[in-house]
Design a protein around this ligand. Structure first.
Ligand SMILES: Nc1ncnc2c1ncn2[C@@H]1O[C@H](COP(=O)(O)OP(=O)(O)OP(=O)(O)O)[C@@H](O)[C@H]1O
Ligand SMILES: [Mg+2]
Length: 372
């Protein structure tokens, strides 16, 4: 048999097996993965977005009434920062609110004339690359390598042309990670100029890791016009009820699994530790544990399902699994699962750790990453 045919056979067999697997659990998992859980911080964010929009409308009234002299800075844009650790849920939450709000109708559709546009900061980031990202998001693609001042002149022009008033920049920490004070200063000045532009001021929504909360801290003019929403890490003391609600909502309501064995404080404490206290990572653990349970044909969610997810995400040794370890499980460092594994194997210490940043294997399916 020619090689090609053999390959096709293998792939089609994989497809058949995949669809057989998915036929049963696929629709349940689709429901589990797509469900959005509302928490008190949605209310806080909503109120801050209300405030940002109010300040824009106030500026519009000032402009319409030609009161620019009297109102001075009222016409300048404002900034809202949304910060939290990786996996806290910033991107998903903001996207949810942008899609839901009527003011931002058409969000995400380049042809819909939405007044809000989102970009993700490139990494590594320079002022020029960030500008090109904004241009692309505005639907202006160019293959030419433009000078940074030209790029940003074009950004200003395109924002006005496309009637965009709100600019959301995600992952802004990539600017700070350049550790180049000149480049950082240039981005700060440029964003400030966007907000202060006389003809077409822009309102900014900046999201990223906690350090970007200080992005404009040294600039009093902008700092005074900024507001902040912080997505705090979860703790057992204040958030056990919320986590129980997450397990109930995903496990019991969406996946129809019994959850009695995993809603007690001892399991929730381990789940919080395994997920580094990050709201979004807790959710991903629950979703992945549900997938484990469904794949194994279980009718209840068990600690062993969470343990399997943890093992796949961290590559830990069995005795280092936060969910099953006896003794000081709270001293285990979830982010060091793979590193410890490599150290224990002796010679392999020089190999880079496979885990990304500070996310314990976020967003990859546990089965894809399981050690043999
Ligand atoms: N309210 C929510 N309901 C359901 N799932 C959520 C919710 N908030 C976050 N998630 C999920 O949690 C995970 C992490 O969220 P997200 O990617 O938004 O985090 P982040 O704070 O932007 O992280 P990073 O800084 O790494 O970009 C995602 O899988 C996301 O779908
Ligand atoms: Mg994000």
């Amino acid at each position: 048999m020619p090689d090609n045919d053999a390959n096709e056979d293998v792939v089609s067999r994989m497809r058949r097996l995949q669809s057989e697997r998915r036929a049963g659990n696929g629709s349940i998992m689709a429901g589990v993965l797509s469900a959005y859980i509302t928490t008190p911080r949605d209310k806080i964010l909503e109120a801050e977005l209300d405030g940002l929009i109010d300040s824009f409308l106030l500026a519009q009234e000032a402009t319409d009434a030609s009161l620019s002299r009297q109102v001075g800075r009222l016409r300048e844009g404002r900034a809202l920062s949304v910060t939290g650790q990786s996996g806290a849920g910033k991107t998903r939450t903001l996207e949810r609110h942008f899609l839901k709000r009527e003011e931002f109708t058409g969000y995400g559709d380049q042809n819909a004339n939405c007044i809000l546009v989102s970009v993700s900061t490139p990494s590594p980031c320079t002022l020029r690359l960030l500008g090109q990202e904004v241009l692309a998001a505005l639907g202006y693609e160019t293959t030419r390598k433009l000078e940074e001042n030209v790029v940003w002149d074009m950004v200003q022009h395109q924002l006005a042309l496309r009637q965009v008033r709100f600019l959301h920049i995600d992952e802004l920490q990539h600017v700070l990670q350049t550790r180049n004070p000149i480049e950082i200063g240039k981005v700060q000045d440029t964003l400030k100029r966007l907000m202060q532009n006389k003809l077409w001021p822009v309102w900014l929504i900046l999201s990223g890791l906690p350090e970007i909360g200080r992005f404009f801290a040294d600039d009093e003019q902008v700092w005074r016009r900024s507001r902040h929403v912080v997505f705090e890490d979860l703790t057992l003391e204040k958030d056990a009820t919320l986590i129980r609600r997450l397990i109930t909502s995903y496990g019991q309501e969406k996946a129809k699994l019994a959850i009695t064995d995993v809603v007690g404080d001892p399991v929730i404490a381990r789940l919080l530790h395994a997920a580094l206290g990050r709201f979004g990572i807790v959710i991903e653990f629950i979703q992945d544990a549900i997938r484990e349970a469904l794949m194994g044909g279980a009718d209840s969610l068990q600690v062993e399902h969470f343990a399997a997810v943890y093992s796949a995400r961290t590559g830990c040794l069995p005795e280092g699994n936060v969910f099953t370890a006896v003794g000081d499980w709270d001293l285990i460092k979830p982010r060091e699962g793979l590193v410890r594994d490599e150290l224990n194997n002796g010679e392999d210490c020089a190999q880079p750790s496979k885990h990304r940043g500070d996310k314990p294997g976020r967003s990859s399916h546990p089965r894809d990453r399981r050690n043999p």
